[in-house]
Design a protein around this ligand. Structure first.
Ligand SMILES: [Zn+2]
Length: 74
């Protein structure tokens, strides 16, 4: 299974739009990231555990795809 938590995302600083690279796990853990451009701390929010829900959905889709492929190439 692919570990989506290590997927890199790009967000933009809400103040100066400076691009900041974060990982999905950072959102899940709701860490505070630091903008090196304007020296602002940005609090990440995992609203309604949306990261986990999203990953669960992706994994389910991959499983469905897997099942479909298995049927095709049996
Ligand atoms: Zn900034």
């Amino acid at each position: 299974m692919i570990n989506f938590y290590t997927t890199w995302l790009e967000i933009n600083c809400p103040k100066c739009s400076y691009q900041i690279d974060i990982q999905l796990i950072d959102v899940r853990d709701e860490i505070t990231v630091f903008c090196h451009n304007c020296k602002t701390n940005i609090q990440l929010f995992n609203e309604d555990a949306s990261v986990d829900t999203g990953i669960a959905k992706i994994n389910q889709t991959m499983k469905d795809l897997d099942d479909t492929l298995n049927k095709l190439f049996r």
